[in-house]
Design a protein around this ligand. Structure first.
Ligand code: SAH
Ligand code: F3S
Length: 476
C-alpha cells in the first residue's frame, strides 16, 4: 500500500459504503477522489485496513434508512481500537436525520448532506481537533461536526475535476427535485432542482472524452428538468445539452436518467429522431397505472399522457426499451386501481423495472394518509407485479437471442479473464470472448444465449478495430 502524505492524520485507508441511487454512487466517487487528494487516503475493502469509514446513505424507504443504524452498530469496536479513526455519515439519511444520528449513534464524528460533501475534509479535520480538545478537557461533551445545508453551486464548484479510467462515465448535470410527490423525501433531503451551468457540464464531458470515455450518462434526480445557464445568458434544456454532447469528439453514446414524465418535452422527444447517439432506452417512472392514485401522489399527469409520450418515442424508435419504477399499495389503492397498474405494465411492456411497497416517510404529505391495506394484500400485489415485470424482462432477453447488438466493450468480464463485458444500447450486460484491446470500442455482438441477468454472445464485427490500431501506431 502506498503511504499517505506526511500531512495526513490517517495511517489506514478509506472504507466507503454506498447505498441507494446513482446520484449516491456518483457522489461517492467524487468523495474518494477528494479524500485521496487531501489526505492521500486510499480506498480499502477490509475494516482493519481502514482509518476512515464513510456511509453514503439513502432514506428513500424505511428499510434503507434502518440499514444505516444497523451498520453503525457494527463499528464500535473498530472505532475504539485506534485513536484517530473517523466515522462520517453522508447522503439523504444524514440530511434528514442529522441530529437524530447524533443521538442514536454517538460514535459518528461527521454528518454531512448531499450538498456539503465537498466540505468533508475540513469537517474531518475539525472532528479530529474536537476529539483532541475532548481528550484534554473531559468536561466538554464530544459532539459530531454537522453540516447538512444546501449551498448548491458550491458543491459542483469545489469538487475535483473528473478522472476516468473507464469507457463509460456518469456526469451529474442537475441535483435535487422540486416536484414534491406526496410520498417522496428527495426534495427535502437533496433540496430543490438546481442545474449546473451548460459550459461546466460540456467542459467536464470534453475532459472525460479526452481520457477515453465513449459513453456518458447524464445524471440528475430529475434530469429532464435540466435548465443550464449558457454564457450568453440563454438557458439550455436537456435537448440542447444532448445535441451539444453529441458534438463532443469521442462520445458516441448518450444516456440520461432519471426522468419525469412531465418533463418529456417535444424537443426531447425529437432528439430520438435527430440524435443517433442517444440510446433506445428510457427510464421513465410512472409509479402507478391509476389516475386516481397518480392524483393522490401529486404526480401532476394522467396515465394517458404517459402513454402518449411512449407512443411518440416508439413511433420514432420502435425498438425502445422502457424501464420504470412502481409503488405498490399506496394508501387508498384498491384492487381495481392495482389492476389498472398491471394493465398498463402489460400494455407498454417494461424491461428490468423496479417495484417497491409504499413506505411512509416522515415529513412527507402522504405519511398522514390512512394506510388501510393489510399486509397480505400488499405482499400479494408486490408479487403479482414483480412476476409480470420478470416475465416481460425474460421475454425481452429471449427476443434478443439471434439479434446483432452494438456493444460498447467496458471491461474484462467478472467470471473469466478471456471474456469481455459490455453493454448493449438497451443497457443490457453482454459477455463474449474477445481480446482486451477491444475495451473502449464499439463492437457488434450476436446474442447467443439469455440468462436471468446477463446475455452471452459472440463478436461478429469490430468496426472500430482499424481506427484504434492506427491511433496506437500514431502514439508509438
Ligand atoms: N425522480 C424519480 C424518482 C426518484 S426516487 C421520478 O421521477 O419518479 C426513486 C424511486 O423510489 C421512485 O421512482 C419511487 O418508485 C421510489 N420511492 C420513492 N419514495 C418512495 C416511498 N416513500 N415508498 C416506496 N417507494 C418510493
Ligand atoms: Fe421524488 Fe417525485 Fe421528485 S418521486 S425525486 S419528488 S419527481
Amino acid at each position: 500500500m502506498q503511504s499517505a502524505p506526511h500531512s495526513s492524520p490517517f495511517e489506514g485507508g478509506l472504507l466507503m459504503k454506498t447505498y441507494g441511487c446513482q446520484m449516491n454512487e456518483y457522489d461517492s466517487d467524487r468523495m474518494v477522489t477528494l479524500l485521496a487528494k487531501t489526505f492521500g487516503l486510499e480506498t480499502v475493502e477490509e475494516k482493519d485496513d481502514a482509518d476512515v469509514l464513510i456511509l453514503n446513505t439513502c432514506s428513500i424507504r424505511e428499510k434503507a434508512q434502518e440499514k444505516v443504524f444497523d451498520e453503525l452498530g457494527r463499528w464500535k469496536k473498530w472505532k475504539a481500537a485506534k485513536p484517530n479513526r473517523i466515522i462520517a455519515v453522508g447522503g439523504c439519511v444524514a440530511s434528514q436525520e442529522g441530529n437524530v444520528i447524533r443521538k442514536r449513534a454517538p460514535i459518528v464524528d461527521v454528518i454531512f448532506g448531499p450538498q456539503t460533501l465537498h466540505r468533508l475534509p475540513a469537517m474531518m479535520n475539525e472532528a479530529l481537533a474536537l476529539r483532541e480538545q475532548n481528550r484534554q478537557n473531559k468536561k466538554i461533551k464530544k459532539k459530531a461536526i454537522i453540516d447538512i445545508s444546501f449551498p448548491e453551486i458550491e458543491k459542483f464548484d469545489n469538487l475535483a475535476a473528473p478522472e476516468s479510467n473507464g469507457v463509460s462515465a456518469f456526469v451529474s448535470v442537475m441535483e435535487g427535485c422540486s416536484k414534491y410527490c406526496t410520498f417522496c423525501v428527495v426534495p427535502y433531503t437533496r433540496g430543490e432542482e438546481f442545474s449546473r451551468p451548460f459550459n461546466d457540464v460540456l467542459a467536464e464531458i470534453e475532459t472525460l472524452a479526452q481520457q477515453g470515455v465513449r459513453e456518458v450518462n447524464l445524471l440528475g434526480q430529475n434530469v429532464n428538468a435540466y435548465q443550464g445557464i449558457m454564457d450568453d445568458g440563454e438557458v439550455a434544456d436537456l435537448a440542447v445539452l444532448i445535441h451539444a454532447v453529441r458534438a463532443v469528439e469521442g462520445i458516441d453514446r448518450i444516456r440520461y436518467m432519471t426522468s419525469h414524465p412531465n418533463e418529456m418535452t417535444q424537443s426531447l422527444i425529437d432528439c430520438y429522431a435527430e440524435v443517433p447517439e442517444l440510446v433506445s432506452h428510457l427510464h421513465l417512472p410512472i409509479q402507478t397505472g391509476s389516475d386516481y392514485i397518480l392524483g393522490l401522489m401529486k404526480r401532476n399527469h394522467m396515465v394517458i399522457e404517459y402513454k402518449s409520450t411512449i407512443r411518440k418515442i416508439r413511433k420514432i424508435r420502435p425498438d425502445l426499451t422502457l424501464t420504470g419504477d412502481f409503488i405498490v399499495a399506496f394508501p387508498g389503492e384498491t384492487c381495481d386501481h392495482f389492476k389498472e397498474t398491471l394493465a398498463l405494465v402489460r400494455e407498454l411492456n417494461f424491461d428490468r423495472s423496479f417495484s417497491f411497497l409504499y413506505s411512509p416517510r416522515p415529513g412527507t404529505p402522504a405519511a398522514g394518509l390512512l394506510d388501510d391495506i393489510d399486509v397480505h394484500t400488499k405482499k400479494r400485489r408486490l408479487q403479482a407485479i414483480q412476476a409480470m415485470l420478470n416475465e416481460q424482462t425474460a421475454e425481452i432477453s429471449q427476443k434478443m437471442v439471434g439479434t446483432v447488438q452494438r456493444v460498447l466493450v467496458e471491461d474484462l468480464s467478472r467470471s473469466s479473464i478471456e471474456e469481455l463485458a459490455g453493454r448493449a444500447d438497451n443497457n443490457r450486460m453482454v459477455n463474449f470472448e474477445g481480446s482486451a484491446d477491444l475495451i473502449g470500442q464499439f463492437v457488434e455482438v450476436e446474442i447467443t444465449q439469455a440468462f436471468t441477468n446477463t446475455l452471452r454472445g459472440k463478436i461478429v464485427a469490430t468496426p472500430e478495430a482499424e481506427k484504434y490500431a492506427n491511433q496506437q501506431i500514431k502514439q508509438l
